[in-house]
Design a protein around this ligand. Structure first.
Ligand SMILES: [Zn+2]
Ligand SMILES: [Zn+2]
Ligand SMILES: [Zn+2]
Length: 140
């Protein structure tokens, strides 16, 4: 049986005390159906043409970020890439691996790294996000 993504996104929104708007459910579903972070443009493309305008998608992502359902995973080609936060811990996101040969991006959800210690006085670390580069299995 296929998981009911509609129900899942509604449950997530309710838990985060957000209204279940059509666009929020749609974006969460897009992010559930992929295994890697997507830029706003990629999300828009997967939502289908002209269903929601850019500003609506941007604002929706902001609201999902604010309640912690979605994380900014990293920036690539000048665009933030978003993903669901459920595979991250409170203090760190799982590392992301970029293949320098084919450019593919992988979520290393099984990998957890020791938290970095603050290097200087006065800095407080809240989150840790790590990116790794190298060759993916197909290119190695
Ligand atoms: Zn994260
Ligand atoms: Zn590769
Ligand atoms: Zn990821």
């Amino acid at each position: 049986m296929k998981p009911d993504l509609d129900l899942q996104s509604r449950t997530m929104l309710k838990a985060a005390k957000l209204y279940c708007t059509k666009v929020r459910v749609a974006i969460l579903k897009v992010l559930m159906k992929t295994d890697k972070p997507l830029s706003q443009d990629q999300i828009a493309r997967r939502l289908g043409k002209k269903q929601f305008d850019k500003v609506t998608i941007y604002r929706t992502l902001e609201s999902l970020l604010k309640v912690g359902l979605v994380h900014r995973a990293f920036m690539a080609k000048r665009a933030w890439h978003f993903e669901l936060a459920h595979k991250c811990s409170e203090s760190q996101c799982h590392p992301h691996f970029t293949c320098t040969s084919c450019g593919s991006i992988h979520c290393l959800t099984e990998m957890s790294l020791p938290m970095a210690k603050s290097p200087h006085k006065g800095f407080v670390i809240h989150r840790q996000q790590v990116r790794l580069e190298g060759l993916c299995p197909a290119c190695a």
